[in-house]
Design a protein around this ligand. Structure first.
Ligand code: ADP
Length: 272
């Protein structure tokens, strides 16, 4: 599913003393199957932007197209959009609530009215896609490690078989190993399914290693939007807004692009 935003503006609490323009004239296009990253500081508008992607927030002005159709047109099937665009919120494990992981992952498909057999097939497929170990399927979500909880929560969204997966800071609160594991898993998932994936992060190091394209948000505006290599060439501008990663991140990205195997745990050791 391709996504196109045209001159999107969003204002919170419009007309009140708390009015805040969180998105300013944002235009961008994400082609079907792309693995895109959105980076920016806290408050730069990342969450506001992605909540537009499945119609949770409605733009104050502008247009948003999926496969060429404007979702703001009367008659656009919004229900369908919600199932086709899976949004994984920050700390998604807070939404796990069933007695065991498997039942939890079945919840979405069950709610869609699918048969028990189909729900179970979907849950199994989704849990496999995120590399969730079968031995924990019947465990309570609350007994899992942080990384496993997050995998289970992501599987819950995947079980709806979305065509676009949007992840808001999927590594928040995880230790360096857990962070790398989740990002590797998301990259693997993208490679396996070819679905459009949008990864939101405030860390250039997280983003730089995996995505094909980086959208840099700053104060509600799109500041840069290009391949990682071209975005990194704006090192000074990124540094000025505090978003530049250590040079080693760029060197590693360059090596990877040139076909060298890169051990991602090396950066982890340096950071630790
Ligand atoms: P990010 O995800 O990059 O941290 P957000 O999209 O959450 O950024 O926030 C963008 C701006 O909108 C910030 O200035 C934030 O304070 C403001 N904002 C976010 N949510 C609300 C809200 N519910 N009401 C008013 N302002 C908000």
């Amino acid at each position: 599913m391709s996504i196109r935003l045209e001159h999107l503006n969003y204002v919170y609490s419009q007309g009140t003393a708390y009015e805040k323009q969180a998105l300013k004239d944002v235009s961008l296009e994400i082609p079907q199957g792309q693995f895109a990253g959105i980076i920016g500081h806290t408050g730069s508008g990342k969450s506001t932007l992605i909540q537009h992607l499945n119609g949770l927030l409605w733009a104050s002005s502008g247009a948003l197209y999926y496969d060429g159709k404007n979702i703001y047109d009367n008659g656009y099937p919004l229900r369908e959009l919600r199932s086709q665009v899976g949004l994984v919120f920050q700390y998604p494990e807070h939404q796990l609530f069933e007695v065991d992981v498997f039942t939890d992952v079945c919840f979405g498909p069950k709610n869609q009215g699918l048969s028990a057999e189909e729900c179970e097939a979907r849950a199994r497929e989704a849990l496999e896609l995120v590399g969730f170990p079968e031995k924990y399927y019947r465990q309570s979500p609350f007994e899992l490690s942080g990384g496993q909880k997050r995998r289970a929560a992501i599987a819950g969204v995947l079980a709806m078989r979305p065509r676009v997966l949007v992840l808001d800071e999927p590594t928040a609160g995880l230790d360096p190993k857990g962070r790398d594991d989740i990002l590797e898993q998301v990259a693997h998932l993208h490679a396996q399914t070819g679905m459009t994936v949008v990864l939101v992060s405030h860390s250039m190091e997280d983003i730089a290693r995996y995505v094909e394209r980086i959208i840099v948000m700053n104060r509600g505006e799109k500041m840069l939007d290009d391949t990682p290599r071209n975005v990194f060439s704006h090192y000074r501008e990124l540094e000025q807004v505090g978003l530049a990663a250590p040079q080693v991140t760029y060197m590693m990205h360059d090596l990877k692009e040139r076909g060298f195997g890169v051990r991602t745990d090396v950066t982890t050791v340096e950071e630790a």
